[in-house]
Ligand binder design. Structure first.
Ligand code: AMP
Length: 184
């Protein structure tokens, strides 16, 4: 399993999908699956830029992992999970249960000013200045600290400059992370 980290607007989804297509991996985005929810309370939470409940997130994540395993994908690239230390602990237990592991965590680093400019263009329903600020805060206070847990556990973490075009960032991830990891 490969995890993609980065603040909202860093290009996680784009990069995750590009890598998934190139490698024949499953792209698993908890945010994308939650956006398809018909549940009004869930949609309201997304629109507010807040985190949905752990129970729902785990359910969505587990179903997607099972689906990927049934379809025999060779790997899964995860975008948007885990977002808190509690979710990281849950993931750790879950991976032991199913006999999988985290191969590498890729962190896309993009300066806040560029993120703001990118999100203005993207225009998703939840991309208002207030919710963007909220998601940035959650990333800094909850998701980024998860990297500390992975580092302590000896998981390989690679920080990459996420600025530039999608193609440039993809090439960088491929050359600096995927190739060296697969050759090792
Ligand atoms: P994303 O597309 O990853 O930016 O996620 C969009 C939204 O989905 C987030 O702002 C949260 O409301 C929700 N979401 C996605 N992943 C999680 C998660 N791991 N835990 C809780 N909420 C999540």
């Amino acid at each position: 399993m490969i995890l993609l980290f980065g603040p909202t607007g860093a290009g996680k989804s784009m990069q995750g999908q590009m890598l998934a297509v190139r490698q024949g991996w499953k792209w698993l985005s908890t945010g994308e699956m939650l956006r398809q929810s018909q549940d009004e309370a869930v949609i309201r939470t997304l629109q507010a830029g807040e985190l949905v409940s752990d129970d729902l997130t785990y359910r969505v994540f587990e179903e997607a992992v099972q689906d990927a395993r049934e379809r025999h994908y060779s790997n899964i690239i995860v975008d948007g999970f885990p977002r808190t230390k509690e979710q990281a602990a849950w993931l750790d237990d879950y991976l032991v249960q199913i006999g999988e592991k985290i191969d590498v965590v890729i962190v896309l680093e993009v300066p806040e000013a560029e993120i703001m400019a990118r999100l203005e263009k993207r225009g998703r329903m939840e991309d208002t200045p207030e919710t963007i600020a909220k998601r940035m805060t959650i990333y800094r206070q909850k998701m980024y600290p998860v990297l500390g847990i992975f580092a302590e556990a000896g998981v390989k973490i690679v920080h990459l400059d996420g600025t530039g075009t999608a193609g440039e960032v993809h090439d960088k991830i491929y050359d600096e992370v995927i190739q060296s990891w697969q050759n090792s």
